[in-house]
Design a binder for this molecule. Structure first.
Ligand code: MC0
Length: 148
């Protein structure tokens, strides 16, 4: 079901400062900055490596909460800054959601939502994935290859 690691989502208090850190220390490049009101975040995607064989790139996704009552705001209040979730590439989000549900995992999202860089996304509950908030990501490229 999972084809690749699309991104690692990292919760931070100050997006601009964290972007500067990842650029200057690790030499990463910001490819997009977005505000996602539905998810309650301001976020930056930084490309890590060019995927082999024309596959999608992998990203570090830096997430600053839009407020204390958002998922990332609550996460930082409880645990501090750090890894918030792992996003995995899938070829067919609807089929992957159905397979996850059939395996007994709770879907946080009953239907696909809008993610970074034009992706369609759905979250699986961390309580069913060993404490890891897990995101299924059908990238815009995957959607072009598999328009459904
Ligand atoms: C909360 N918990 C987590 C967690 N957030 N465990 C692992 N990783 C996380 N990120 C745990 C808490 O420690 C707690 O465990 C339990 O879940 C309930 O926590 P809560 O603070 O009361 O939070 P809830 O229940 O209101 O919500 C948790 C839940 C929520 C995961 C359902 O955060 C959610 O719906 N997340 C999905 C959406 C999201 O995270 N959006 C932001 C990224 P205990 O054991 O103490 O009960 S948006 C994004 O990333 C987009 C832009 C993209 O990728 O394109």
């Amino acid at each position: 079901m999972l084809t690749r690691i699309d991104h690692v989502g990292i919760a931070c208090r100050d997006l601009a400062a964290k972007v500067e850190f990842y650029e200057s220390v690790f030499g990463l490049t910001v490819v997009s900055m977005e505000v996602n009101e539905e998810q309650g975040v301001k976020e930056a995607m930084l490309a890590v490596a060019q995927g082999a064989h024309g596959q999608d790139v992998s990203y570090v996704q830096l997430l600053e909460p839009l407020g204390p009552e958002t998922p990332v705001g609550k996460f930082i209040a409880r645990r501090g800054e750090g890894v918030h979730h792992v996003g995995y590439g899938v070829a067919d989000l609807a089929a992957s959601m159905a397979a996850a549900e059939a395996a007994g995992l709770r879907l946080i999202d009953a239907r696909p939502r809008h993610g970074s860089l034009g992706a369609s996304i759905a979250f699986l509950h961390p309580g069913d994935v060993g404490g890891v908030l897990t995101e299924l990501v059908q990238s815009a490229r995957a959607t072009r290859a598999n328009p459904g």
